[in-house]
Every structure is written in structure tokens, then in C-alpha cells.
Design a protein around this ligand. Structure first.
Ligand SMILES: *Cc1c(COP(=O)(O)O)cnc(C)c1O
Length: 375
């Protein structure tokens, strides 16, 4: 008799939901028979990596027979110089997803409480659940923004981990500076504050976006700010993210649980080259922020009944379609548009769309208009 391998797994793993990673271009091409694919589903940066990254990777093949630097020495030194956070307090990961995983492995055990938002970034829920922690989620307010008072109350309830996503994925909203400060002030020193700033570079254009490092500097507890090279820096395919931690000991704990060579050579080289020449990133961010405002205005101007667009400080828009997203998504896919229809209960009417190149955004708005009017 063949054994059921699922029975051998830890009970918490058996019950885990799968991460919704979206569709590949090839899958959509094949299934829908479309030639032109417009990728607006994963919040990637369509302007790509800059010339400095291309140059840094040109000779990579000559050197890949050696292991990468397990300590990411050069990259940490560069990030330290740019952020003012000492290298000993920096943790680098195989994407910031890897850092979320390391934090959960290090700090969580069955019975621990974790608080985050709903709708949430999948891994903010899945990784804590993987460790047997229970996850409580805080709803947005009716303006599709953070309900600040609920966050202050949650912080005061002393969970083991509080995950603040700023700006929020998938909504795009952000904590205002004064609210972020109130939440930090209310938090217990027994709580690890995890601030996921995957879209930090886009939000800097917003005058009320909090400077988390400054606001956390004098807070006595443990915290870590997560940022990534996957979004604004255009390196999603290489997987590199970094954490800026309150204590060197926090980074050292992460070093114990991570796989030693978690950041590969291409990733370290490309991230360093990008960091040392940020011009391309800044131009891409400025263009995307302009496009986002234009796209949001165009969608609102359609005048489609029931269609709502959430305020966004990131490189994507959250849409409430006013109807179920399944058929709309199918119609978008048939036209080659990959977006992210939300699947969680309560959000079946919602769709997240990344801000792409101006012409892609324009075509998306026209396609959505046609689809919503046809039904
Ligand atoms: C994209 C994203 C990440 C993952 O980034 P990687 O560095 O590519 O792993 C983490 N958190 C949020 C909220 C994201 O949207």
C-alpha cells in the first residue's frame, strides 16, 4: 500500500493555503491563444534594470564557479552608507519574502499571535501560520485606508508580531506619519514590529509618508524595516531584499536560521550596481507615479457604475469592480492582460492592477471599460 505522504507532514503545514503567484506569460499565451501579453499582475517595474546593472552582469558567467559571499559584505556596506544603519544591523535575503520567512522561523511558535491587515499580502499570513501562530487581521476603513485607531488598539494588545505593510499591498494605502507614530508609541516592547516597505521608493513622493527609521530610532523594542530590489529597482527576477533591524542581535538570529548562501552572486552584484547608480530607479519611479495618477483619473472618468479606485502610494491600483472579478478577469486574460483578481472571501469584487508603461495602462483602461460595459 502506498503511504499518504501528507500524513507525515506537520499538521500546521497540511492546512496551509497555497500562495497565489499568478500566471506566467507562457501559460496565458497557451491557454488563451493571445500573442501580446501585458503583465500587470505582479507589481514589477516595466522600465527594468538600469545600464549599471547590465554592465555589472555582463561578465558574470566567468565567476559563477565560486560561492557567493555568504555575508553580502559589499552590498551591506553600500546599504549602510545610504541608510545610516550599520552593516551589523542589516539582513539580506533571497527576496524580502525570504526575510519574512526567517523572521517567522526565528520568533514564532504555536500559540503566538500575529496581527496584520486584511486584505493582506499572502505571505504575511502564510508564514506565521506555517509556524503555528494565529493571525488576526485588521480591516480597512470605508475609504480603503488604514483604520488607525484599530491599529493603535492592536499594538497595545501586545501580539508577538505586528506586521505593518507601508504602503499596503494589495491596496496601496499608507499609514500617515502621525498615525504610524501613535502605533509605535502604543506598541509593547514584547512585540516585534515588522514594517514591510516593499514599495518605499514609490511612497517617498507622498509628503505624509512616515520616515520609519527616524520614528523607530528611540523606540525601545525590536523592529525591522523590510525593503526590496524587486519593485522600484527592477530586479524581481534575481531575488534580493534587505532588512534594517533595531539590533545587531536580530540580524544575527536571522543569520542562524537562513541558508548560508541565500543571496546568489548575480543578485549581490546587480543590487550593488543598482544601489550605486540610483538615477535609473528614480526616473522609473517618477514616471510610474505620474502614470499611476493618470491611470486612476482615467478609470474614474469612465463613469462605470460601481467602479471604485483606492488611493495608492505604490505602483499599482486596487479596484472594486462592483461585481465579481472572475468573469472580468477571464475577459482580461482573453485580451492578454494579466492582473491579480483577489480570491480571499469578502474581496471577490476586487482586482489589483500594476501600473505599467503608459501605452499598457491606456490599453488596460480601454479593455476594462469595454468589458464592464458589455455585461
Ligand atoms: C513584492 C512584495 C514583497 C516581496 O518582495 P521580494 O523582495 O521580491 O521577495 C514583500 N512584501 C510585499 C508587501 C510585496 O508586495
Amino acid at each position: 500500500m502506498r503511504i499518504d505522504v501528507t500524513d507525515l507532514a506537520r499538521p500546521t503545514v497540511r492546512g496551509l493555503p497555497a500562495y497565489n503567484a499568478g500566471l506566467s506569460n507562457a501559460a496565458v499565451q497557451q491557454r488563451y491563444g493571445v500573442d501580446r501579453i501585458t503583465r500587470l499582475g505582479s507589481n514589477e517595474n516595466p522600465y527594468g534594470a538600469g545600464p549599471a546593472v547590465h554592465a555589472a552582469l555582463a561578465a558574470l558567467a566567468d565567476d559563477i564557479w565560486t560561492y557567493p559571499d555568504a555575508s553580502c559584505t559589499a552590498l551591506k556596506a553600500a546599504i549602510a552608507a545610504g541608510t545610516g544603519v550599520e552593516p551589523e544591523r542589516i539582513l539580506v535575503g533571497n527576496g524580502s519574502e525570504n526575510l519574512l520567512e526567517l523572521l517567522c522561523l526565528t520568533f514564532l511558535q504555536p500559540g503566538d499571535r500575529v496581527v496584520t491587515q486584511t486584505p493582506s499580502f499572502g505571505l504575511h499570513v502564510i508564514y506565521p501560520q506555517m509556524m503555528g501562530a494565529s493571525v488576526e487581521t485588521i480591516a480597512l476603513n470605508t475609504e480603503l485606508e488604514y483604520a488607525a485607531d484599530a491599529w493603535v488598539a492592536a499594538a497595545a494588545s501586545a501580539p508577538k508580531m505586528l506586521i505593518l505593510c507601508n504602503p499596503s499591498n494589495p491596496i496601496g494605502c499608507r499609514y500617515r506619519r502621525a498615525d504610524f507614530a501613535r502605533i509605535v508609541q502604543a506598541a509593547s516592547a514584547h512585540t516585534l514590529l515588522v514594517i514591510d516597505e516593499a514599495y518605499y521608493e514609490y511612497a517617498l513622493h507622498d509628503a505624509d509618508y512616515p520616515d520609519s527609521l527616524a520614528l523607530l530610532r528611540d523606540w525601545p523594542g525590536a523592529w525591522i524595516v523590510l525593503r526590496t530590489f524587486s519593485k522600484a529597482w527592477g530586479l524581481a527576477g534575481l531575488r534580493v531584499g534587505y532588512g534594517l533591524a533595531s539590533h545587531a542581535a536580530l540580524a544575527a538570529l536571522g543569520d542562524r536560521v537562513r541558508t548560508p548562501f541565500n543571496v546568489n552572486q548575480a543578485a549581490q552584484r546587480a543590487a550593488l550596481a543598482a544601489w550605486q547608480d540610483p538615477r535609473h530607479m528614480r526616473e522609473a519611479v517618477a514616471a510610474t507615479v505620474r502614470s499611476r495618477e493618470h491611470m486612476a483619473a482615467s478609470l474614474k472618468a469612465l463613469g462605470v457604475p460601481g467602479l471604485r479606485v483606492a488611493p495608492s502610494a505604490a505602483n499599482f491600483l486596487w479596484l472594486d469592480l462592483g461585481r465579481e472579478n472572475g468573469a472580468v478577469n477571464e475577459a482580461l486574460l482573453a485580451r492578454g492582460f494579466i492582473t491579480k483578481p483577489w480570491k480571499d472571501a469578502g474581496f471577490e469584487n476586487c482586482l489589483r492592477v500594476s501600473v505599467g508603461l503608459p501605452d499598457e495602462n491606456q490599453r488596460f483602461v480601454e479593455a476594462l471599460d469595454a468589458i464592464l460595459r458589455a455585461r
